[in-house]
Design a protein around this ligand. Structure first.
Ligand code: 5GP
Length: 339
């Protein structure tokens, strides 16, 4: 039996609570897990229920988990979610597309054990991602480190600080800008200074991982800028809007994604319901919490590590520790990145 042990590992992209699953053949046999857990799939013999162990569990017994196919067929946008849409729109000016997405991710409704009446094959329905251990070898380019942050995280400052401490090992990708060069600046150091025409052409040709406008000038970070850091065998650290994650998740970059969340202190006095989401104007702390929740719902499944930021110094020390481990230890990555 040992010899036949499966080498298939899946990262769970959703939470699973067997006791709440009406479709399971046996709730006691179910294996509970959370999004981000690594599951060793022992058998996939049954098309509907797999047997799996959860990595890191001392309990070696395998339990039942819904198969990928079954789970895909089970995601379902329920009526109550549609009802809650206006409520969420009130509290934040979020894109409707984003909302639709996070709703789908956060709720499910099983339509009987065969999954009929659901939305099969929708790639947005998150189930599992097959993963494998990966350790960067010395002859390979360093992995890309991607920082995303919720409101108040100040990830750019964090990035600059860690790089300044160790400029031989870490570097930023030099962005492009259309603004005029200042006297103390050097081409290719602070920025690549380009004309508006050049910038627009590059944007059109998808050369940027992200770009935006600031005081009527264009700014953007190119894929080439990341490559040129990695070509010097340095670890490239970028801080981006989470929307850029999809573009960066490639075998070439093997991004390690760190979500920086500022710790939001509890208000001393509990606010009444009137000031909570949906009510009057939110306090900054509420906005910070809301921003973190939103990113977590929409992009949490793409995050390798959450860094709770207490203050700049401790966050910086923690980030440094993570980067050092990234060069020494092995990590789970999608199998498609190494095959
Ligand atoms: P400055 O012109 O003072 O060097 O930069 C002004 C602002 O431009 C920065 O605070 C930042 O908000 C924005 N900026 C700088 N680099 C980038 C970039 O690569 N992408 C985007 N979207 N904005 C940038």
């Amino acid at each position: 039996d040992r010899l036949r042990e499966s080498k298939v590992y899946m990262r769970a992209l959703f939470d699973y609570i067997p006791l709440e699953d009406k479709a399971t053949p046996c709730q006691e046999a179910g294996l509970p897990f959370k999004r981000g857990d690594i599951l060793q799939v022992v058998t996939q013999d049954d098309p509907t229920w797999w047997q799996a162990k959860r990595m890191g569990d001392s309990n070696l017994r395998a339990g039942l988990i819904p198969s990928k196919q079954f789970q895909e067929s089970s995601w379902h946008l329920t009526q109550d979610l549609l009802f809650s849409l206006p409520f969420f729109l009130c509290i934040s000016g979020l894109a409707v597309a984003g909302l639709r997405r996070s709703f789908r991710l956060s709720r499910k409704d099983r339509q009987g054990s065969s999954g009929e009446g659901s939305d099969p094959g929708d790639p947005d329905f998150l189930t599992y991602e097959e993963v494998t251990r990966y350790q960067q070898r010395s002859n390979e380019r360093p992995r890309l480190v991607v920082l995303i942050g919720s409101l108040g995280a100040r990830i750019n400052e964090l990035k600059q600080r860690v790089i300044a401490e160790n400029p031989h090992r870490y570097a930023v990708a030099v962005p492009h800008t259309t603004r005029p060069k200042k006297p103390h600046e050097k081409e290719g150091v602070e920025y690549h200074f380009v004309t508006k025409q050049q910038f627009d052409a590059d944007a059109l040709n998808n050369k940027f991982i992200e770009h935006g406008e600031y005081k009527e000038n264009q700014y953007g970070t190119s894929i080439e800028a990341i490559r040129s850091v990695q070509a010097k065998n340095k670890m490239c650290i970028v801080d981006v809007q989470p929307e850029a994650l999809k573009r960066l998740r490639t075998a070439e970059f093997k991004p390690y994604v760190i979500f920086v969340k500022p710790r939001v202190p509890e208000s001393r006095r509990r606010r009444s319901a009137a000031t909570s989401p949906g009510g009057e104007k939110m306090t900054y702390r509420q906005e910070m919490r809301q921003s973190a929740i939103q990113i977590d719902q929409q992009y949490g499944h793409l995050v390798d590590r959450v860094l709770i930021k207490e203050d700049s110094a401790s966050a910086c020390a923690e980030l440094r520790g993570i980067l050092e481990r990234l060069e020494r230890e092995s990590f789970w990555v999608p199998v498609s990145w190494v095959r």
